[in-house]
Ligand binder design. Sequence first.
Ligand code: MN
Length: 717
Amino acid sequence: MIRQYELVERVRAYDPSADEDILNRAYVFSLKCHGSQLRASGDPYFAHPVEVAGLLTQMKLDTASIVTGLLHDTVEDTVATLEDIERLFGSEITRLVDGVTKLSRIELQSDQTKQAENFRKLVLAMSEDIRVLLVKLADRLHNMRTLHYLKNPEKRRRIARETLEIYAPLAERIGIQRWKDELEDLSFAELNPEARDSILTQLARLRSEGEGRVERVVEALRQTLHEQGLPGATVSGREKSVYSIWRKLEHKSISFEQLSDIMAFRVIVESVDACYQALGIIHARYPVVPGRFKDYISTPKPNGYSSLHTGVIGPDKQRIEVQIRTQDMHDVAELGVAAHWAYKQDQQRTETREYRWMRELLDILEHAQRPEEFLEHTKLELFQDQVFCFTPKGDLISLPRGATPVDFAYAVHSQIGDTCVGAKINGRMLPLRTQLQNGDQVEIVTSKSQTPSPAWERFVVTGKAKARIRRFLRTQQRTQYIQLGRALLLKIFRREGYDFSDKSLDGVLKIFQATSTDDLFANVGAGLHSAHEVFNAVFPGHKQTERDEKTGLPTVRPKPKPKGKDQPLPIRGLIPGMAVHYARCCHPLPGDRIVGIVTTGKGVTIHTIDCETLESFSDSPERWIDVAWDIGSNRPENHVGRIALVVANEPGSLGSLSTVIGKNDGNITNLKITNRSQDYFEMLMDIDVKDAKHLTNIIAALRATPVINSVDRARGR
Ligand code: MN
């Protein structure tokens, strides 16, 4: 185990200005926190964070990262809290420790490897600071190095699979080839020890057969190139990693002997011309392996990689792979590991943003003067527009930022979205409008009787959820419109003395451009056509009811008098023989205080006393006559009352509207929607009522109905 002074010395070796005090305090704090805890190996637990910190010093990371390495398990595994860390080490380190702790928690979700790509994105999204990811990778590397101590083989395999599919690619992505190779090799050793052993044996055989082979080939190639006119060419060679050899064997179905690129050699020359010259020299000197030549200089790979690749039977009569490139091309190849990885993994080319980010990251890594500078500038901005959440089974669901449990439910399945009634987020019941966070586990509570609510539309963010909710509401609303339209038509037919059946409308469907009877009902219910228009189209000969020019609604319809034409109106104070009209502006009802206005040649118009229209007659008091309802007349006659309503635009609202009016013995005779918005309808409605009190009762009942926002007598409309 690395001693306290050793760790400090390691950091000071590359960063003489490092804060020794905080390193010492973190070392002691972690030691105290982990106390007598033991690792599966039997070592004190404290050895683990110290080794992690040690790995981070190899990467020459800043003091905050090393301290985070020392403290990374204290919050999750000991009594220490984030508040303690904050108090003792400040906010920057607290943020980093918190980040690593959160990453460790999402690891506990089951079976992420099924969705490796998403899980990698989640890890990146949660590592808002690249140091969090670096500490996490060091943590994983040390855990992999000590994996064999775990007794449970299932657990060992799970961790190894996860490492191979999630953490090794992440290490490669941020350019730490060394960690990537080691993570892969350790996972491979756990998952397929036989294959690994056989490759190692074969490599050992090759090595012993040709002692110092790599060096000999390098030397032979260099000599050839120098003699043939390229004195500036440099040559290097290496053995490929066991796991990458295995991948090749796996994917190319070739035998070990056929594998030409166990040894890879690289030639770097000064210019593009020199690349082709070097190729010519090598091809002239050694037999070419057919099908191995690739010219990525004339046709670079989509990620910008360029080089010449060829395969020849090399100086020691074995197949070798040779890559030829300039220093510039080499830099691009090295900086572009992430892009290269994405390319190899056959990702869709949608990752240009990630690619650019990687380039910038690696550029800073290469060119930053000091490690702190690199770290300070490298906040992970990847996937900041996404959140990743888990189902209770551990499936990962990726959503846009701002998504809610309703979005989540629809993303899982439309049916679950349609029937969701509540959500448990990380085990707690929370409102459906709650915005989800990375790593949240979401359990949707459903009920068969639930249907999508129009309120959801205001907070969902995914297109799928929006579309499903809207479609459902449209269907629902249409049902309401159909019911209402049908009821309106039924009433007008009965009132005018005709039987009503759906069939009677067949002949007029075309006139109203309706495709079916339901379609026509829906249009009437929605106020696109009035019931009167439809009735008049069915019976063109029927006496037209007088219509209000402004609203298109029929005005008061003179009822057929039960006892002949001399039946007096229920109004006292009228001048005998003078025609009487009810005003279209205020629709006076028995019980209203009324006044008559005389118009020469037209007769008397009855207004309610508070009608706004009366103002225009204030200069001609001679036209006013005092009238009153004949309350004692007790006529069974109905009058038209007009009301203005604002109703919530949601399923069921029109239904409850007509139900309330029906229950109160009102009779809707006409309806006109005057304004329609996302949330509300404004409408005018004519109702047959006995008198003003009757209408007041209906209005009161409507006001008590939740979907109705406001109701009033319509005056001056
Ligand atoms: Mn750990």
